[in-house]
Design a protein around this ligand. Structure first.
Ligand SMILES: [Zn+2]
Length: 237
């Protein structure tokens, strides 16, 4: 499908780990920045569990992953990257995390928010969805609705000058029920280039694997490559 809202919009992408965006939605981000939309990334965890080496310097890894994420964002036209710095691997969808994401949404004031679908537990018969993905997704989902738009929720945010904000579109990535597919033909190489910026995590073989996934996703609509989302359009009450 085409994604051409009438006006330029601001899009906030919330994901658990450095590299999640690049695996699942980096091509769509490139389409949006090419169209002139402003895209902001928010990474909830620090990526410090991205190693199984005994004695690894996890603080150093977190710094490396931050640099890799900034480079990956730049490869698809994103300059504004926020790091919330939660510890990788044990994230929970707490009310505190929801408040933090509510504050972020009220500050950035995006028309569209992208987050990970918290309903996905099993993907096929070989992958258990990482619980950080579900935790970040659930907290983001409920920050979008009802928290960001409802004045009496988190009244302390009003004291910080963060007025309620209505998000109109919620895009869920890694969704078991996708309904919206984007043609990545013009951006697939930049998506893979962006993914491979995460040098501490992925090599060229992962790039080829993701290219294969996106080719599979594209088959439904006859696209060479595609990414998919479940899209919620949130009407005014
Ligand atoms: Zn992840």
């Amino acid at each position: 499908m085409q994604d051409n809202p009438k006006a330029l919009i601001r899009i906030l992408v919330i994901a658990a780990h450095p590299d999640d965006i690049e695996f699942g939605m980096g091509g769509s981000v490139a389409l949006w920045t090419d169209a002139g939309h402003e895209v902001i990334y928010a990474l909830v965890t620090d990526g410090s569990a991205g190693t199984n080496e005994p004695g690894a310097d996890l603080a150093a890894l977190a710094r490396t992953r931050r640099d890799e994420q900034i480079a990956a964002a730049a490869a698809v036209g994103v300059r504004d990257v926020r790091f919330l710095g939660h510890r990788d691997g044990t994230l929970q969808p707490t009310i505190e995390l929801r408040r933090e994401l509510t504050a972020l949404i009220r500050q950035v004031r995006p028309q569209r928010v992208i987050c990970q679908d918290p309903t996905l537990i099993f993907a096929g018969s070989g992958y258990i969805n990482h619980p950080d993905h579900r935790a970040a997704g659930e907290a983001a989902l409920y920050a979008v609705f009802p928290s960001a738009e409802t004045r009496p929720i988190f009244p302390e945010l009003l004291d910080e000058g963060l007025e309620p904000h209505k998000v109109h579109e919620l895009y869920l990535t890694f969704s078991p029920q996708p309904d919206t597919f984007f043609d990545l033909s013009s951006v697939i190489d930049r998506k893979i280039e962006s993914l491979l910026c995460h040098r501490s995590q992925v090599g060229p073989e992962v790039g080829e694997m993701v290219r294969g996934w996106d080719a599979e996703t594209g088959k439904r609509d006859g696209y060479a490559y595609a990414e998919s989302f479940r899209v919620m359009r949130l009407v005014d009450n």
